[in-house]
Write a protein that binds this ligand. Structure first.
Ligand SMILES: CC(C)(COP(=O)(O)OP(=O)(O)OC[C@H]1O[C@@H](n2cnc3c(N)ncnc32)[C@H](O)[C@@H]1OP(=O)(O)O)[C@@H](O)C(=O)NCCC(=O)NCCS
Length: 159
């Protein structure tokens, strides 16, 4: 299997994988509203190819809480017939290993039972609100440098 910059792949092939992993109604998800109009962050967005076929992808986006910059991680998607074989872990490790010192703290909507192992937790996000429905336990932050972030605020696109 081979990792590649997601920007080197066509939108169509990524959309097909996301439809497979999340279903075709995925555009209604709150995460899409959070980064509406933003372009993906190239140095944190990857695909995993197996014999030329896209089997996993991760995308990251510039967003903010109040005036503080954040990176929205996700979707993280693994083809439905390739799950639980380490591809999601590889994508997360690739993304985290490519983050740069000046990158903002990372936030995502996901299961803490899975993303906790990568340093994400809902502990500091309980005062935040989103532009759509969300489960507070699934709004996760990774802020290893313990940067000061607003305790209360609404998340939305960076601009
Ligand atoms: C969630 C996802 C990215 C994980 O990637 P993956 O390649 O399947 O998972 P990995 O091989 O890295 O890890 C597998 C382990 O994580 C666990 N795991 C996977 N998804 C999990 C979840 N949502 N919650 C808790 N544990 C999870 C598996 O049970 C397995 O545990 P084990 O190692 O004890 O057997 C992938 O399954 C996926 O795209 N799923 C569809 C989208 C989805 O449901 N997302 C929900 C989270 S946002």
């Amino acid at each position: 299997m081979q990792a590649t910059a997601l920007s080197s792949l066509g939108d169509g092939v990524v959309d097909e994988l996301l439809d497979d992993a999340f279903g075709i109604d995925r555009h209604q998800r709150t995460a899409y509203l959070l980064r509406k109009g933003m372009g993906a962050i190239d140095h944190l967005s990857f695909g995993i190819l197996d014999s030329g076929e896209l089997v996993g992808s991760i995308q990251c986006w510039p967003i903010r809480v109040a005036d503080a910059p954040l990176i929205l991680v996700g979707p993280v998607a693994v083809a439905s017939d390739r799950q639980s074989a380490g591809i999601g872990t590889r994508l997360m490790q690739l993304m985290l290993g490519s983050s740069e010192p000046h990158d903002a703290p990372m936030v995502m909507i996901g299961d803490p039972e899975y993303y906790g192992r990568f340093g994400f937790s809902a502990e500091s996000t309980l005062g935040w609100t989103l532009p759509g429905p969300w489960e507070p336990r699934r709004l996760l932050l990774r802020n290893p440098a313990m940067l000061d972030l607003p305790e209360h605020g609404t998340l939305g696109p960076a601009d």
